[in-house]
Design a protein around this ligand. Structure first.
Ligand SMILES: Nc1nc2c(ncn2[C@@H]2O[C@H](COP(=O)(O)OP(=O)(O)OP(=O)(O)O)[C@@H](O)[C@H]2O)c(=O)[nH]1
Ligand SMILES: [Mg+2]
Length: 201
């Protein structure tokens, strides 16, 4: 089992020009506003306050970079970077600002060579929202052959065992997590690690 042994906030940037220099393999976390992106980053890294989470949607408004070190069972270490992105579909900003944000996000996602894994977070209670179908189609249309997409369903604590079973039956490669109940976090970490470093699952 690969674990995160260190995680460090590097910087926030409001556009691609201010972004951290490329070079380290990156994991970009995206999804609807309030779906639990920042909370998941904190759970994966075992650091409660690393990424700022909030019950108010629209908390993350910048591109945030975190340097991560993984360690596998043989004590080999691997460097990676997590990128926490603002949520899609946050309603309470002006149309102009929304447009700006989508452009910034699109520029970043499309042009950032270091991204190897897109983690698409989906609220386990609402698995068929137009916005998520849109994000899925978008990611599939822009992903290069060396980039992988992982669907992670969040807030699994709100579901029954039966509902959880149904989601995993439909989306076989997905991960399902509850940050609240600390469920599925190790598995999600391992899946991301395998996708980054090419280890067969
Ligand atoms: N019940 C439950 N709530 C969760 C879970 N994960 C996150 N939340 C809650 O969901 C809310 C939003 O979490 P964030 O991590 O800030 O969401 P985000 O996707 O980063 O949101 P933006 O930055 O606005 O895009 C917070 O109130 C969290 O406590 C979970 O596993 N279970
Ligand atoms: Mg956030």
């Amino acid at each position: 089992m690969a674990r995160v042994i260190s995680a460090l906030f590097i910087k926030s940037s409001s556009n691609i020009d201010e972004a951290v220099a490329e070079g380290v393999l990156e994991v970009a976390f995206l999804g609807r506003s309030n779906v639990g992106k920042s909370s998941l980053i904190n759970a994966l890294t075992c650091k409660k306050q690393l990424a700022k989470s909030s019950s108010t949607p629209g908390k993350t408004q910048l591109i945030n970079f975190f340097d991560i070190t993984y360690e596998d069972d043989n004590k080999n270490r691997f460097k990676a970077r997590f990128v926490d992105l603002p949520g899609f579909g946050y309603a309470k900003v002006s149309k102009e600002k929304k447009k700006d944000w989508h452009k910034t996000l699109n520029d970043f996602i499309k042009n950032r060579v270091s991204i190897r894994v897109f983690v698409h977070l989906i609220d386990a209670r609402h698995t068929n929202l137009d916005i998520d179908i849109g994000v899925s189609e978008y990611l599939n249309s822009i992903a290069r052959p060396d980039q992988k997409i992982l669907n992670i369903y969040t807030k699994a604590d709100k579901l029954t065992q039966k509902e959880i079973g149904l989601i995993l039956k439909k989306d076989k490669n997905a991960a399902l997590v509850s940050v609240l109940k600390k469920r599925g976090i190790d598995e999600a970490n391992q899946k991301i690690f395998n996708m980054l470093f090419g280890v067969r699952v």
